[in-house]
Design a protein around this ligand. Structure first.
Ligand code: DX5
Ligand code: ZN
Length: 223
């Protein structure tokens, strides 16, 4: 399977959100990555389900919703109703992660778990079967435009090995500081979904940047 590119709406121009979404619609991007921040789990506040509804109206690609909120189980159904196709919750924000993953699956959305940079992938051992997606955070969540944390690359490799041993169809997504400078190493390590915020929206030619991210020369390695 060819890897997927998920531009992060957080880096779009909120004053021209519809225009920016339409612009991404015309690229080779696969998903829209949608960051929800509650000012509690992370220091920043972004937006809620009503804005996701607005994004859904214009978006022609699935919405990959990343919940950076405490007790995300309170909001799963409302984000699904707002148009989320994938819903990822943070390992660190869930007391009953197994139950929350089942809750997501019950809505029909793909279920994801995101791991903060300090959280080892080994902690997923007993829930990996329930995950459609694991999001390796390669920055501390809360803000776009941060520097990629190198250790994340090793986590992608370790997780990829776990997935291979268990023979599971889990997608490894990497989120934070991803761009043309590190995309290829991440794919070689086993990443299958690359979230790209500033590297796409702040580039001179977002359309071309998505094209380059999507067409890195390594797909033959895992075709
Ligand atoms: C960080 C968010 C990321 C962010 C990525 O808390 O989860 O999705 O939008 O932005 P860049 O690619 O600019 O680091
Ligand atoms: Zn995110």
């Amino acid at each position: 399977m060819k890897h997927l590119i998920a531009p992060s709406v957080l880096a779009a121009d909120f004053g021209n959100l519809e225009r920016d979404i339409e612009m991404i619609n015309e690229t080779e991007a696969d998903w829209f990555h949608v960051d929800i921040m509650d000012g509690n789990f992370v220091p920043n506040i972004s937006f809620g389900a009503d804005i996701v509804k607005v994004i859904k109206k214009t978006a022609k690609k699935p919405l990959d919703v990343h919940l950076m909120v405490e007790k995300p189980e309170r909001y799963i159904e409302s984000f699904r109703d707002a148009g989320a196709d994938n819903i990822s919750v943070h390992y660190e924000a869930c007391t009953h992660l197994h139950r929350t993953l089942e809750q997501i699956k019950k809505t029909g959305a793909l279920a994801g778990v995101a791991l903060n940079p300090h959280t080892p992938v080994a902690l997923l051992e007993d829930v990996l079967e329930l995950c459609d997606i694991v999001v390796i955070m390669s920055v501390n969540p809360g803000f776009g435009g941060q520097k990629f944390i190198y250790q994340s690359l090793l986590k992608v490799k370790a997780l990829s090995e776990m997935i291979t041993i268990k023979n599971l169809p889990v997608l490894i997504e990497v989120d934070g500081g991803v761009g043309l400078q590190n995309a290829e190493s991440l794919l070689q390590a086993g990443a299958r979904v690359l979230v790209a915020g500033n590297s796409v929206f702040a580039s001179d030619n977002p359309h071309q940047t998505v094209y380059h991210l999507k067409n890195l020369g390594i797909h033959t390695l895992y075709a």
